[in-house]
Write a protein that binds this ligand. Structure first.
Ligand SMILES: [Zn+2]
Length: 70
């Protein structure tokens, strides 16, 4: 049996969420992010205006920065 190794796929779609930046989002006309609370019982969502952040800011950055204000 040959052990399987996972290799990074060169054919991965360009729009994969991992490398998504604000610049990518602006190209498609998106100026704001919707953040939703990690607490399922809360369901609070907030719009974040990201127009003042640099284009190279990665979208996942906001996941750890945004805190539920409810
Ligand atoms: Zn919440």
């Amino acid at each position: 049996m040959t052990p399987r190794r996972s290799l990074p796929c060169k054919n991965a779609p360009a729009g994969s969420p991992r490398g998504m930046t604000l610049g990518n989002m602006r190209e498609v006309g998106v100026q704001r992010l919707i953040a939703s609370c990690l607490n399922d019982a809360c369901q609070h969502t907030a719009l974040i205006d990201v127009s003042s952040y640099p284009a190279e800011t990665e979208v996942p950055y906001f996941r750890s920065r945004v805190v539920c204000a409810k």
